[in-house]
Design a protein around this ligand. Structure first.
Ligand SMILES: O=c1[nH]cnc2c(CCNCC3CCCCC3)c3[nH]c(NCc4cccs4)nc3cc12
Length: 374
C-alpha cells in the first residue's frame, strides 16, 4: 500500500535532482545536508547559527535521547522541537545503528536488539516497534525503520542475513507507524552491502512494502568510495523517482557532489562538527588543518569570499592560536564555519541543478578543492 508523497521534484539535471520535502515543522530544500545534533544539541553551536548557516533540518539521536533524558520525558515536555528550541524539521534515526556500533554487551535477534545503557548499565531492549514508539514520542518529522547495518568487508552470508532481517523489520516498523498523524514520515532503509543482487532485492522488496522515502544504508562503513558509488548506481534507479532518497552517514564534500550527481537528495554526517572540534576547516580550497604551524603568523581569514562572517573576518593566526590553546571558542568557530560551508555547497548544487549547469558546477567545485590552500 503506497503512502502519501510529501516530496515535490522541482528540476533534474542528468540524474541529479532538486526538490522540496514538506514536513509538519517546515519545508526541506533538497539536495539537503542534515547536521547531526547528538544528545539534543548541535555540539558547539547555537540553533540560531545552524539556521543562519542554511540548514533546514537537523538529526536527533534516538539512542542517546531514549537513554537520557528519556523519550517519555521529552514527549511530556512537548517533543524535541519544544524541548530543544530547534523549531524546524527533525529526522531521527532508529537508534539501532548506534546500539550496534556504540554499546557493548549487545545481542541482536529477530525480536529486538538488547544492550546495556552506557549511562547506568541498565538492560534495554530496542525492537522495531519500540524504536517507532520512541521516535513518535520525540515528535520527529521523519522516522527511520530499525535495520541492521553490516560493516564492510563482510561475508556474503552475513550481508544476506542482515538484509533480510532488515526487510522483516521494515514491515514491522511500517505497521507500528500506522497510527502516526498525517504529514509525519517513515523511511525504509536499503541494505545489501557491496553485492549488487542483494542491493536489488532489498530495494525492490522495500518499495513493495512502500514508504514515504527511502534511505540507502550499509555504506560509508569501510568500503572504498568507488564501491559506495557503484552501490548507489545499483540502488537509486530502483527507488521511486518522485520520493526522497537519503544516503546515511555521508560524507565528505567530495562524497556529497558524487552522490548528488547519482540521484541522492539527503545526507547526514558528523564530519563538519567533529572535524571542527579537532581544528579542521572545510573550505572552497579543500580541508585546512588549523593546528598546522604554517598558520601561526597568517593574518588572512580562511576565505575572503565566504559569506559566513567567521570565515571572512577572523584571521587564520587567531584560529590557529585558539585550536593550539584548546580554547572552546576554536571548536565553536570551526564547527559553524564547517556547517556553513556544507550548507553553501548544498545551496550551490540546488541552484546549479535548477539552472541545468550541474556538470559545470561539479568541475568548478573540484577545481577549487584541487587548487588547495595557497
Ligand atoms: O545502514 C545504516 N543504517 C542506519 N544508520 C546508518 C548510519 C548512521 C547515520 N547517522 C545517524 C546519526 C544519528 C545521530 C548521531 C550520529 C549518527 C551510518 N553511518 C555511516 N557512516 C558514517 C559512520 C559513522 C560511524 C561509523 S560509520 N554509514 C551508515 C549506515 C547506516
Amino acid at each position: 500500500m503506497s503512502l502519501p508523497n510529501h516530496f515535490e521534484l522541482l528540476a533534474t539535471d542528468g540524474t541529479a535532482r532538486t526538490g522540496r520535502l514538506t514536513t509538519p515543522h517546515g519545508v526541506v530544500r533538497t539536495p539537503a545536508f542534515m547536521p547531526v545534533g547528538t544528545a539534543g544539541a548541535m555540539k558547539g553551536m547555537h540553533w540560531r547559527e545552524v539556521r543562519d548557516a542554511g540548514a533546514d533540518i537537523v538529526l536527533g539521536n534516538t539512542y542517546h535521547l531514549m537513554l537520557r533524558p528519556g523519550a517519555e520525558r521529552i514527549a511530556t515536555l512537548g517533543g524535541l522541537q519544544a524541548f530543544t528550541g530547534w523549531n524546524g524539521p527533525m529526522l531521527t534515526d532508529s537508534g539501532g545503528f548506534q546500539v550496534m556500533s556504540l554499546s557493548d554487551l549487545r545481542k541482536v535477534n529477530e525480536k529486538a536488539v538488547t544492550f546495556r545503557s552506557h549511562i547506568d548499565g541498565a538492560k534495554v531492549e530496542l525492537s522495531p516497534e519500540r524504536s517507532i514508539e520512541v521516535q513518535r514520542l520525540l515528535g520527529s518529522d521523519i522516522a527511520m525503520q530499525m535495520d541492521e547495518c553490516v560493516r564492510l568487508p563482510a561475508e556474503r552470508s552475513d550481508i544476506e542475513r542482515a538484509m533480510r532481517l532488515s526487510l522483516r523489520w521494515a514491515e514491522r516498523s511500517k505497521r507500528a507507524f500506522e497510527t502516526a498523524p498525517a504529514g509525519y514520515m517513515l523511511c525504509g532503509i536499503v541494505q545489501g552491502g557491496d553485492i549488487p543482487e542483494m542491493r536489488r532485492t532489498s530495494a525492490r522488496e522495500l518499495v513493495d512494502i512502500g514508504f514515504h522515502g527511502y534511505a540507502i544504508g550499509g555504506l560509508a562503513v569501510g568500503e572504498p568510495q568507488a564501491v559506495m558509488l557503484a552501490m548507489i548506481e545499483e540502488t537509486a534507479p530502483l527507488l521511486p523517482i518522485d520520493r526522497p532518497r537519503y544516503l546515511m552517514g555521508v560524507g565528505t564534500p567530495e562524497d556529497l557532489l558524487e552522490a548528488v550527481s547519482r540521484g541522492i537528495d539527503m545526507f547526514d554526517c558528523v564530519l563538519p562538527t567533529r572535524n571542527g572540534r579537532h581544528g579542521m576547516a572545510f573550505t572552497r580550497f579543500g580541508q585546512i588543518n588549523l593546528r598546522n604551524a604554517r598558520h601561526a603568523d597568517d593574518p588572512r581569514p580562511l576565505d575572503e569570499e565566504s559569506e559566513w562572517p567567521a570565515a571572512h573576518n577572523i584571521s587564520r593566526a587567531y584560529l590557529h592560536h585558539l585550536v593550539r590553546s584548546g580554547e572552546t571558542l576554536g571548536a565553536m568557530l570551526l564547527s559553524e564555519i564547517n556547517v556553513a560551508y556544507y550548507q553553501h555547497l548544498m545551496r550551490g548544487m540546488r541552484e546549479a541543478i535548477s539552472s541545468g549547469t550541474f556538470e559545470m558546477f561539479q568541475q568548478q567545485t573540484r577545481a577549487g578543492w584541487a587548487r588547495g590552500d595557497i
